[in-house]
Design a protein around this ligand. Structure first.
Ligand code: CP
Ligand code: NVA
Length: 303
C-alpha cells in the first residue's frame, strides 16, 4: 500500500528513528563520495503553489543523488492552473510518477491530492504542517545532543505550520515543547488536542522568557508566513518582544542551540547576533533537509 506523509504523525516513533538513522548514513556516504543510487529510474513530481529555496532544491538534488529524477511543477503551468481538478491531476500524475511532493496554501489541497493519487504524496509545507522540516530538525538535534528524548525545545514566535509539526513530533521523539506566542497567534486548538491525544509533551507559556528558561533548543520562524503578507504591519506590532536575541538566549541552558527553519528576517524574529552567533545551527538544519528527505524518499519510493 502507498504511504503518504502529510503529517509528522504519519510516521511511527520507530519509523522516524529509522529515517533519522538512514539520513545519517546517507550524509556519510555523500561526504565520502560514495554513490548511493537507491532510487534509479524513480521520478518525483514537485508541485509548488508557493515560493521555496530549501524544499525545492533539497528534493531536486536529493532525487538526482539517489539516481532518480525530480520535476518542478508550477501549478500555473499545469492545467491545474486553468481549472483542471486536483483529483484528475492526482490520477494522471500517478500514471507517470513514482511519488508527488506538494507545497500548498491549504492543507485540504494536499489531502485531496493524496486521496486520489495512487503513488505516495509528501507534504512540502501547508498552512497546518511542515513535516519534512521537522525531520531535518530532529536529525540536527540528534547531531548536537545525541539522544533527543530528554530535550526541552522552546518555540518563540508564531504558532504556525512549523511549530505545529514540532509540537506533534514530541509524541514520536519524547522531547518536550514549550510554546510562547503573542495572544491570537497560538497554535490551533485542533493541533494541540491531536498532539495531546498522540502523547506530545507540550506546554503553553505566557512569556518568551518562561519558555526559554533552561531550554536546550530555542526555535523560531518568520512572523509573516507565506500567505500572511497582508497582515504584515499588524503582525510586526503584535510580535514585539518575541525576538530571539542575546538577552533571551541568556535564559536558556548554557549549551543551548538556536534553530530557525529559514528564511530568516534579522531584527524581527531573530537578531543578527544570534543567527550569526556560535549557538546558531540554522545552516546545518538547512543542509539536513537534503539528508532527511533522501532517507524519507528511499523509504517511500524504493520497492
Ligand atoms: N524551510 C523551508 O521550507 O524553506 P523554503 O521555503 O525555502 O523551502
Ligand atoms: N512558516 C513559514 C515557513 C517557511 C518555510 C511559512 O509558512 O511561510
Amino acid at each position: 500500500m502507498k504511504r503518504d506523509i502529510l503529517s509528522i504523525l504519519d510516521l511511527t516513533a520507530q519509523e522516524l528513528a529509522a529515517i533519522i538513522g538512514d539520513a545519517e548514513d546517507l550524509k556519510k556516504m555523500r561526504k565520502q563520495g560514495d554513490a548511493h543510487p537507491f532510487l534509479e529510474h524513480k521520478t518525483l513530481g514537485m508541485i509548488f503553489e508557493k515560493a521555496s529555496t530549501r524544499t525545492r532544491i533539497s528534493f531536486e538534488v536529493g532525487m538526482f543523488e539517489l539516481g532518480g529524477h525530480a520535476l518542478f511543477l508550477n501549478p500555473s503551468d499545469l492545467q491545474l492552473g486553468r481549472g483542471e481538478e486536483m483529483r484528475d491531476t492526482a490520477r494522471v500524475l500517478s500514471r507517470y510518477l513514482s511519488g508527488i511532493m506538494i507545497r500548498a496554501y491549504r492543507h485540504q489541497t494536499i489531502e485531496e491530492l493524496a486521496r486520489h493519487a495512487t503513488v505516495p504524496v509528501i507534504n512540502g509545507l501547508s498552512d497546518i504542517e511542515h513535516p519534512c522540516q521537522i525531520l531535518a530538525d530532529i536529525l540536527t538535534m540528534q547531531e548536537y545532543f545525541g539522544d533527543v528524548s530528554d530535550l526541552t525545545v522552546a518555540w518563540v514566535g508564531d504558532g504556525n505550520n512549523v511549530c505545529n509539526s514540532l509540537i506533534l513530533s514530541s509524541a514520536r521523539t519524547g522531547f518536550s515543547v514549550r510554546v510562547a506566542t503573542p495572544d491570537n497567534y497560538a497554535p490551533p486548538g485542533s493541533v494541540l488536542s491531536r498532539a495531546k491525544a498522540a502523547g506530545s509533551r507540550v506546554a503553553i507559556c505566557p512569556t518568551p522568557e518562561g519558555a526559554a528558561a533552561d531550554a536546550d533548543v530555542i526555535y523560531t520562524d518568520t512572523w509573516v508566513s507565506m500567505g500572511n503578507e497582508q497582515e504584515h504591519d499588524e503582525r510586526i506590532r503584535a510580535f514585539a518582544g518575541y525576538t530571539v536575541d542575546e538577552a533571551l538566549l541568556d535564559e536558556a541552558s548554557p549549551d543551548a542551540i538556536v534553530m530557525h527553519c529559514l528564511p530568516a528576517h534579522r531584527g524581527n524574529e531573530i537578531s543578527d547576533g544570534v543567527i550569526e552567533g556560535r549557538k546558531s545551527v540554522v545552516w546545518d538544519q538547512a543542509e539536513n533537509r537534503l539528508h532527511a528527505q533522501k532517507a524519507l524518499l528511499v523509504r517511500l519510493l524504493k520497492k
